[in-house]
Write a protein that binds this ligand. Structure first.
Ligand code: NAX
Length: 326
């Protein structure tokens, strides 16, 4: 099976995966000529539900889907993988303290980090979707010391896509015409939609929209609250759009972003005043299976304040996790 791409997906019995897996099976990550094999990981108690998902994958009769394996063991799921999308995490249940939520997820990503370290190929591309995604990615990376931290990323693409869609609508331009948009920081209401580098046909997007009040008072809070708005309307959290963002993130990383910026949660190299080792939404350009962080941007005034604010929250999460283990 040397030429079949091995893709691990965790939380495979959950609602995001119910959309994600079928799109991967159609070939949306590696393209229409690349056979793939899925390794589905979820908890022991949901294995029956997972078998139902496997039946439906079979019933999709996907020509590219060479094989589907199901397991509750990360070491089996991650062996020799080319890519992993880590969606599974413990959601916050009623009455659960934030501390318990962090602790439970820290334990999940500690174990998965070890497994990744021990059995994955060093060039595997990993995306963490499960919340708190940035901090989970950091824990994963810390427990996979031999696995390159640059091959671990976290998802901020849903926020990026949400912002892009609203901006294109307001500016009356096509989505693909907007270049240089970035969402910085934590995947949480503190994330910062930065339009200060964004352009349409070389013209600053801010000049085209003109209404700066709208940017500050409508767009930024609207993107921040979008997840909650979807829950209120749908009675369940964003799933299809989250799966779509995960596909966009991985597909661009694998196939390139056509010269444009995308937002990815990247392990900080210390630039932009983001402490090294934190996973932070950042601008990147993808080409030939690699991403390059967009460097040397000027971050001033409002942008500086907003970036510092979301970074402060990431530092706080890191301290909270540190306090739990010591
Ligand atoms: P579901 O609760 O429907 O599914 C989660 C699945 O993960 C369940 O099947 C559960 O059994 C499994 N799971 C739990 N612990 C596991 C472990 N240790 N190993 C393997 N599987 C495990 O949640 P869903 O709506 O699919 O959302 C999944 C995660 O994505 C949540 O943490 C959610 O908060 C997060 N999201 C992250 C987004 C982002 O932009 N980074 C956006 C969408 C989403 O909110």
């Amino acid at each position: 099976t040397g030429h079949v791409k091995q893709i691990a997906v965790t939380g495979a019995a959950g609602q995001i995966c119910y959309s994600l897996l079928f799109r991967i099976a159609r070939g949306e990550l590696y393209g229409p000529r690349q056979p793939i094999s899925l390794r589905l990981l979820d908890l022991p108690q949901v294995q029956p539900a997972l078998r139902g998902v496997v039946m439906e994958l079979e019933d999709g009769a996907f020509p590219l889907l060479a094989d589907v394996a199901v397991t509750d063991d990360a070491r089996l799921a991650f062996r020799d993988i080319d890519a992993a999308i880590l969606v599974g995490s413990r959601p916050r249940s009623k009455g659960m303290e934030r501390r318990d939520l962090l602790a439970t997820n820290a334990e999940i990503f500690r174990l998965q980090g070890r497994a990744l370290n021990d059995v994955a190929k060093l060039d595997a591309k990993v995306l963490v979707v499960g919340n708190p995604a940035n901090t989970n990615a950091m824990i994963l990376s810390e427990h996979a010391p031999e696995f390159p931290s640059e091959n671990i990323t976290s998802m901020i693409r849903l926020d990026h896509n949400r912002a892009l869609a609203q901006l294109a609508r307001k500016a009356l331009v096509g989505l693909e015409e907007i270049k240089g948009l970035v969402v910085w920081g934590n995947h949480s209401p503190t994330m910062f939609v930065d339009w200060s580098h964004a352009t349409v046909a070389g013209r600053p997007l801010a000049d085209i929209v003109a209404d700066h009040d709208w940017y500050h008072k409508t767009l930024i809070p609207q993107v921040a609250r979008r997840g909650t708005a979807v829950i209120e309307a749908r009675g369940a959290s964003s799933a299809a759009s989250a799966a779509n963002a995960a596909i966009d993130h991985m597909r661009d990383w694998i196939n390139g972003s056509g010269g444009d910026w995308v937002s990815m949660g990247l392990c900080s190299d210390g630039s932009y005043g983001i402490p090294e080792g934190l996973f932070c939404g950042s601008p990147a350009i993808c080409a030939e299976g690699q991403y390059a962080r967009v460097a040397d941007l000027k971050i001033r005034g409002y942008a500086r304040v907003m970036l510092d604010r979301t970074v402060a929250e990431l530092i706080e999460e890191r301290e909270a996790v540190r306090a739990l283990v010591s």
